[in-house]
Design a protein around this ligand. Structure first.
Ligand SMILES: Cc1cc2nc3c(=O)[nH]c(=O)nc-3n(C[C@H](O)[C@H](O)[C@H](O)COP(=O)(O)OP(=O)(O)OC[C@H]3O[C@@H](n4cnc5c(N)ncnc54)[C@H](O)[C@@H]3O)c2cc1C
Length: 320
């Protein structure tokens, strides 16, 4: 009997590289919004070497790939994601060097940002306290230039190790083209994988570091919803806040299926069990269209849509 044809989108359950690939893994639970379909193929990697290997294997097989960190800034389509989704659990601290009043810490990109910020604050190292309420990984924060309470990842970042054409490439922070919630990586149609990152922190009193964290946590508890969300749906337009515009347009509490524009913070779109990505897209359309009609302002998505879409969520409801 002739062997069945092997298409570019087929991987054996355990790839020859030793990575255990899974077919049709539901992705919703890997995201904070809890919606979306399965990954055609997926693999969980536990080290930056495995992450590099997964990207290399996919590239060799012409398989599109995408890295998922904490899944806290993505919207996965209901149709799911084709190719290989790499679930990044590479969380090791690679190196810590203290030099007088400064700490240099090098971590793998799947390290949770909040956990890192808290651990360093407890040891009296300041510079990442603002990240303690951000539920994603270091890699996701580097791609999106995550920030809060006046801090941004780029301020503490020394540089990152990327995978470029199968080789590790060290870049310094100034090469990453940072802007408000964006970077050269985010703007690229084919973002390079972030394998690891190095941060610089400075010596401070433990009480001071933990005091800031407590204050930020209080602020989040008072202002942000507890339900599943992806944080801010839209970037803040220059001079104003997206949430304020959506609220002023009367859309707080608007619902579609299992999704709602939060009654607590209008730039947070929250979900209940049974919600779909299509429900979120319907609310994105409503918010963008209404804010454009009322205020002439085009809202730009902060989250990254992943997967196959009938209508690209970045453009629904707008004039572009
Ligand atoms: C309750 C809540 C509060 C939030 N508050 C904030 C806030 O205050 N400030 C803020 O900036 N954000 C906030 N966010 C959004 C989100 O947590 C951040 O953007 C976070 O940095 C995303 O990291 P992640 O690992 O979850 O990325 P993911 O959502 O997994 O991925 C985001 C993008 O980065 C890419 N990516 C991820 N890892 C890598 C890698 N290693 N190499 C290459 N590409 C990669 C993905 O492919 C995707 O395109 C919040 C989210 C929630 C749910």
């Amino acid at each position: 009997m002739a062997p069945s044809p092997v298409t570019a989108h087929r991987l054996p359950p355990t790839d020859t590289s030793g990575l255990a690939c899974e077919r049709n893994r539901p992705l919703a639970r890997w995201t904070t919004l809890r919606v979306g379909g399965p990954a055609e193929w997926s693999v969980q990697v536990r080290s930056s070497a495995e992450l590099a290997r997964a990207v290399t294997v996919a590239t060799e097989r012409d398989l599109p790939w995408r890295i998922l960190g904490g899944g806290s800034n993505v919207l996965i389509s209901d149709a799911g994601v084709g190719g290989l989704v790499i679930l990044n659990a590479a969380r090791s601290v690679l190196e810590e060097t203290v030099c007088s009043e400064e700490l240099r810490v090098r971590v793998e990109s799947g390290a949770p940002l909040a956990g890192l910020a808290r651990r360093l604050a407890r040891a009296g190292w300041a510079g990442l306290e603002w990240g303690c309420g951000i539920p994603g990984t270091v890699g996701g924060a580097i791609v999106g230039n995550a920030g809060a309470h006046g801090g941004e990842i780029k301020d503490a970042l020394v540089g990152a190790t990327l995978l470029d054409n199968g080789h590790e490439r060290a870049v310094v922070v100034t090469e990453l083209g940072y802007g408000y919630r964006t970077s050269a990586l985010a703007r690229s149609p084919a973002p390079l994988p972030v394998l690891a990152a190095e941060f610089r922190l400075h010596r401070a009193a433990v009480d001071e570091c933990l005091g800031k964290i407590a204050e930020y946590e209080r602020w989040r508890r008072a202002h942000q919803p507890r339900e599943h969300s992806a944080g801010s749906m839209f970037k803040n337009p220059p001079g104003t806040a997206a949430g304020r515009l959506i609220d002023a347009a009367g859309l707080k509490g608007a619902e579609h299926g299992g999704a709602q524009i939060s009654t607590r913070h209008a730039n947070f779109f929250v979900t209940q069990p049974g919600a779909t990505a299509a429900d979120i897209v319907a609310l994105i359309r409503l918010a963008r269209r209404t804010v454009l009609e009322r205020f002439g302002i085009q809202l730009e998505l902060e989250i990254s849509p992943l997967g196959r879409w009938e209508h690209d969520p970045r453009y629904v409801g707008g004039s572009n």
